[in-house]
Design a protein around this ligand. Structure first.
Ligand code: ADP
Ligand code: MG
Length: 684
């Protein structure tokens, strides 16, 4: 059986099961085998009833000795059944589940796991988990068995059986794709062994050995795939050598504020890259509001005064326009001509701009994806900047660079990626970090409340509006969807219009036309709109210093990094600002996230913690960056393995840069499969 076969070839997968498996994202045999357990239950430790330990969790294999009885005790119904094995007998009791009475038949055998107590003069196992055993030789008794994460209405028993069947049918047939020297050097288990033992470990050791192999494998595939794309970019090319320009100091002096030390340091790093003969490939990481835009302006200034053109691409029209409008007045004073290219220009306007870019009349172009979609050609492009890089793909950045003759490249992101992930994503980029906010910024007070507080919150917002401030309200969806509790932008706006009579409440969402969006944003930033109800389109970069309230509905819907980005829209001016998170969720992870948001305003700390509390596949960064999901590696715990995987990738690519050698054939196939279509969209 081939791993690429559809999962329905596995014994036990009928039509109904197939549908459910598909819901879990399982389509092939490989998907099934890579559906790893969340935890394990150690049934190798089944004991005799005579060996039971009180006040501890015990697992026994026993027969139903008496038919279950429902007994009333006060208002509670207790279901009680006697169990026996060849060493003795014990009662099992459940509370408030009278239907269990019909569950058990005389002499059927079950495994029970639960806490054993001695009460009312008898030994009892309380509310035990139970699973029926068809016969004593059942493969799943007396061993460590897997517990799967999401099962989408498939019982653990069914999914366990199916995976077991797939393992039997593929036994020792999985083709090892890791070269032998790698397995030897890093002491990694064989592929077949690892896959089998991650599901049905023979012992704790065999689990650990298998996990290590699979974590390594995952990180190695990821790393090798990424490095091989990077290696194809910008190798052995000659860069522009920019010269230092005196006028730059005048430009810096002309700015409305003094640069922070962090800004000075980071710009210096950029300048050094620009004046040497290597192609700059630098990532500027800085928390929301740390002042990245002005750094971009300085670099663009330097490029233009060296006789080159510069381009700055932003992920949304709102943001591109904001950059254009914000920086043009500063640059104009130094005879620098700017332009804006977005999708919503008329044909004529577009042609006009394109011409000016081509003949060099425009020195700096701001814009959106239109910069790569339209037939833009530059006279002499020397510097390419992408803002909010995590919203772009590596390919898009390259398409922009290719419009120049090896221009220097600067990428900026407000996603404070933890070092571990930065290691993966930006392995060969130089990184500059702006670790300081401009002076005078006040901490944003953050509250997390449930919806019963909504009325009080409205009162609070009213106070701010009376003082002339503005508010953002974020909802997860555009239109009322099947999920009733989700506040939707349009209907919620109507509600708020009634609540806030005399104020202007408008909405903004991603499905609106760019022109409409722009109009709303302009009105909001000019204070014509007091409350802006929005989806997360507002998340990146928008700067309205007069807004002091960020209210987020259904906060459980958003990842920590996203919440932090949203919060960064306020606290941008002189006024004290507030972020209010509304959620009725009692989910542990949600509660944990809300706590972190309350505790810190530091983006790096937030993303580190996010990494800790989330499972490997859920990690915000990987999905957001368009990377394949990680199924087993944990980027927090598995850093030592990550380092080894990186080392191995480097070695293998130095021997065989395109993995064309025969012995790397399967590895190459595996990498391609691992990345699938995603490779195009990876954001580096
Ligand atoms: P981000 O890093 O999130 O892109 P911006 O570049 O939009 O941040 O800057 C946020 C705000 O801080 C802007 O209003 C900008 O003018 C202001 N700003 C930037 N640098 C400084 C500074 N050194 N001193 C004071 N204000 C600054
Ligand atoms: Mg920005």
């Amino acid at each position: 059986m081939d791993l690429s076969h559809p999962v329905e070839v596995v014994k036990g997968v009928g039509e109904q099961t197939l549908k459910k498996l598909n819901k879990l994202g399982i389509y092939t045999v490989e998907d099934l085998l890579y559906h790893f357990p969340r935890s394990y239950e150690d049934r190798s430790k089944i004991i005799k009833i005579s060996q039971i330990e009180y006040n501890k969790t015990n697992t026994i294999l026993a027969k139903i000795n008496t038919l279950p009885q429902n007994i009333k005790r006060g208002k509670k119904i207790i279901t009680k059944v006697n169990l026996r094995d060849d060493s003795g007998s014990i009662f099992a009791v459940w509370f408030g589940q009278p239907y269990l009475k019909k569950q058990f038949k005389l002499n059927d055998t079950y495994i029970f796991t639960g806490k054993v107590t001695y009460k009312y003069g008898q030994i009892q196992i309380e509310s035990p988990d139970y699973e029926k055993i068809v016969d004593d030789k059942d493969i799943f008794t007396k061993r460590i068995i897997p517990i799967y994460p999401s099962t989408y209405k498939l019982s653990q028993k069914v999914i366990r059986q199916i995976i077991y069947n797939a393992l039997v049918e593929t036994q020792n047939q999985l083709i090892e794709f890791l070269p032998l020297w790698i397995r030897k050097k890093y002491k990694l288990a064989d592929y077949n062994y690892a896959i089998h033992n991650i599901h049905f470990p023979e012992s704790e050791d065999s689990f650990l050995i298998s996990r290590k192999r699979l974590v390594f494998e995952e990180l190695f595939l990821l790393q090798t795939g990424l490095m091989s794309i990077k290696n194809k970019i910008g190798k052995n090319k000659k860069a522009i050598k920019f010269k230092e320009i005196k006028e730059l100091d005048d430009f810096i002096k002309s700015l409305p504020f003094e640069l922070t030390n962090a800004q000075k340091r980071v710009f210096n790093e950029i300048k050094q890259d620009m004046i040497n003969d290597k192609i700059m490939n630098r990532l500027v990481q800085g928390d929301v509001g740390s002042g990245k835009t002005i750094i971009a302006a300085l670099a663009l200034f330097l490029a233009v005064k060296n006789g080159y053109q510069g381009v700055m691409m932003a992920p949304t029209e709102v943001l591109a326009t904001q950059h254009y409008k914000g920086l043009t007045p500063l640059l104009e004073k130094f005879n620098i001509k700017t332009g804006l290219l977005t999708g919503s220009l008329t044909k004529k306007q577009k042609e006009n701009i394109l011409n000016q870019i081509k003949n060099g009349d425009i020195d700096i172009v701001f814009g959106t994806h239109a910069l790569i979609q339209e037939k833009v050609s530059f006279k002499s492009l020397g510097l390419v900047i992408t803002d909010e890089q995590h919203r772009f793909g590596v390919r898009q950045r390259n398409m922009l660079s290719e419009k120049g003759n090896n221009p220097d490249v600067l990428v900026m992101t407000a996603t404070p990626i933890p070092r571990t992930l930065a290691l993966i994503l930006y392995g060969d980029l130089d990184i500059s970090i702006i670790d300081e906010l401009p002076p005078g910024r006040k901490n944003i007070d953050t509250y997390a409340v449930n919806s019963s507080y909504r009325h009080r919150i409205y009162q609070f917002i009213k106070k701010e509006l009376i003082n002339g401030r503005q508010a953002y309200v974020i909802c997860p969806m555009v239109e009322e969807a099947e999920e009733e509790n989700l506040k939707s932008v349009i209907s919620y706006t109507e509600e708020l219009q009634k609540e806030f009579k005399g104020y202007k409440v408008s909405y903004l969402h991603g499905k609106m036309k760019p022109k409409e969006k722009q109009k709303i944003m302009n009105d909001f930033s000019e204070g014509k709109i007091q409350i802006l109800v929005s989806t997360t389109v507002i998340e990146v970069g928008v700067n309205v210093p007069n807004a002091t309230i960020m209210l987020i509905e259904n906060a459980e819907r958003f990842g920590l990094a996203q919440l932090h980005q949203l919060r960064g829209r306020v606290g941008r001016g002189e006024f004290k600002s507030y972020c209010i998170l509304i959620t009725d969720s009692k989910n542990k992870v949600t509660i944990e996230r809300m706590k972190i948001m309350k505790k810190t305003n530091n983006g790096f700390k937030i993303s580190e913690t996010d990494l800790k509390i989330r499972g490997p596949g859920e990690f915000f960064g990987t999905r957001q960056h368009g990377l394949p999901d990680l199924k087993i590696a944990n980027l927090y715990k598995d850093i030592p393995i990550l380092k080894k995987a990186q080392e191995a990738s480097e070695i293998i690519l130095s021997i065989d840069p395109n993995l064309d050698k025969e012995e790397h054939k399967f590895l190459k196939e595996k990498i391609n499969k691992f990345f699938e279509e995603k490779i195009k969209n990876i954001s580096l």
